[in-house]
Ligand binder design. Structure first.
Ligand SMILES: Nc1nc2c(c(=O)[nH]1)N[C@H]1C(S)=C(S)[C@@H](COP(=O)(O)O)O[C@H]1N2
Ligand SMILES: [Mo]
Length: 392
């Protein structure tokens, strides 16, 4: 009855055997104090910093406050002196560039709200079929923030890309210790995505999050934001852009972030890198393991439609009887491109209810399937979200 790998302490907080008597009040959020870097998260690892918010905190607002926005880092935050900082643009370009923050600021500024989600969101749910590697994420490594910065396309136009350009590589200024080498985090996106202009560019070089300069955890002073793609493509502490005819050879594009079954090298070669994220969602309140009386129960959560410009959440459904009957939930946030939606529903639970199930559909044909095949790295877990509860 504990598929979310919650610690005993978290379970006590979640249920504690205390019946929730006032059904209109969702389970109480845990009041905690932000850490030195302003984060109010459950840290799965502290060095490097990997933390996700309590789910009840996550769905309090459509725009996620920075203190409740997950952090996923592969190495300690690099210390960057913004006065010495510059972004290099090289490779298949006519005019290689070195841009200071001041020079970048000459470009037109773009503001957009977009959801970032880790490909490992809900990873722990795979463990019942076989332990998966990586940070043991529940459903919290996702957030919707206001980003501000410069269109990657504007920078690439300035650099004048050559005919043979096919991919744009990003390289961070962090130093990740792998077995025998130290490497930066990196990745790439296809040139077609990189060159998209307009109000929501294909990629943004962001220097602000939620109307503040980026915090050290989120990539200060500059990061990529790639709407519609898994978080790993949004490289933090961005130091270098390379235009190439090939995808990035960086480990985090060429090897990690693939759906593989085993240690078979054929599997790794056959499967391509993950770019776009599929639809996903979760029930955020009440907490897993909550004890409730039979009757009406208010629940809430989030849904993220497929990472396509025109995809919107279409139908969010809840079942209290293991998927026989479904109740349609109401959305409560904004319908905006590349953004999640929040939802709530009032359902009826009976003494036979042992879990709540959530699934969703989007306008681009995406849906949360009943099951997804296990993969060794635990990526893209977007099956029906099951929340165990006890009806007293
Ligand atoms: N330089 C750098 N960029 C990075 C990472 C990293 O470890 N180093 N992690 C990536 C991953 S896996 C995710 S999910 C997002 C998380 O962004 P956040 O920490 O701002 O939430 O950043 C991506 N960009
Ligand atoms: Mo991630």
């Amino acid at each position: 009855l504990n598929p979310y790998n919650l610690s005993r302490r978290e379970l006590l907080i979640a249920g504690g055997g205390i019946a929730v008597t006032n059904l209109s009040i969702p389970a109480l959020a845990v009041e905690t104090t932000p850490d030195k870097l302003g984060k109010d998260l459950i840290f799965r690892t502290t060095d490097p910093r990997n933390g996700e918010p309590e789910l009840s905190n996550l769905v309090k607002s459509w725009v996620t406050p920075t203190k409740h926005f997950y952090v996923r880092s592969h190495a300690p935050n690099p210390q960057i002196d913004v006065n010495k900082f510059s972004l290099t643009v090289e490779g298949k370009v006519r005019t290689p560039l070195t841009l200071t923050m001041n020079q970048l600021s000459q470009l037109p500024r773009h503001h957009l709200t977009a959801t970032l989600t880790c490909a490992g969101n809900r990873r722990v749910e795979f463990n019942s079929e076989g332990k998966v590697g990586g940070v043991q994420w529940a459903a919290g490594p996702i957030g919707n923030a206001k980003w501000s910065g410069f269109a990657l396309a504007d920078v690439l136009k300035k650099a004048e890309i050559l005919e043979e350009a096919r991919h744009v590589w990003f390289e961070g200024l962090d130093e990740i210790q792998r077995t025998n080498v130290v490497i930066p985090f990196g990745g790439s996106i296809p040139i077609e995505k990189a060159m998209i202009t307009g109000p929501i560019p294909g990629a943004v070089l962001a220097d602000q999050m939620n109307e503040q300069p980026l915090s050290p955890d989120h990539g200060y002073p500059l990061r990529t934001i790639v709407p519609g793609y898994v978080g790993a493509r949004s490289v933090k502490w961005l130091g270098k852009i390379v235009v190439s005819d090939k995808p990035s050879p960086n480990h985090y594009l060429a090897a990690a972030y693939k759906l593989v079954k085993k240690t078979d090298p054929i599997d790794w070669t056959e499967s391509g890198p993950i770019y776009r994220y599929p639809i996903n969602g979760a029930i955020a309140t009440p907490d897993a393991g909550t004890v409730v009386p039979a009757g009406r129960l208010d629940i809430s959560g989030y849904v993220l439609p497929t990472g396509l410009r025109d995809s919107r959440a279409q139908r969010i459904e809840i079942s209290t009887d293991n998927g026989i009957n479904w109740t349609v939930a109401k959305t409560t946030g904004q319908d905006s491109a590349f953004c999640w939606q929040l939802w709530n529903a009032r359902v009826k639970v009976t003494s036979r209810t042992n879990s709540l199930i959530m699934r969703a559909f989007d306008s681009s044909g995406g849906f949360m399937p009943q099951r997804v095949p296990w993969n060794a790295k635990g990526y893209l877990q977007n099956s029906w979200y099951r929340l165990p509860i006890t009806v007293s």
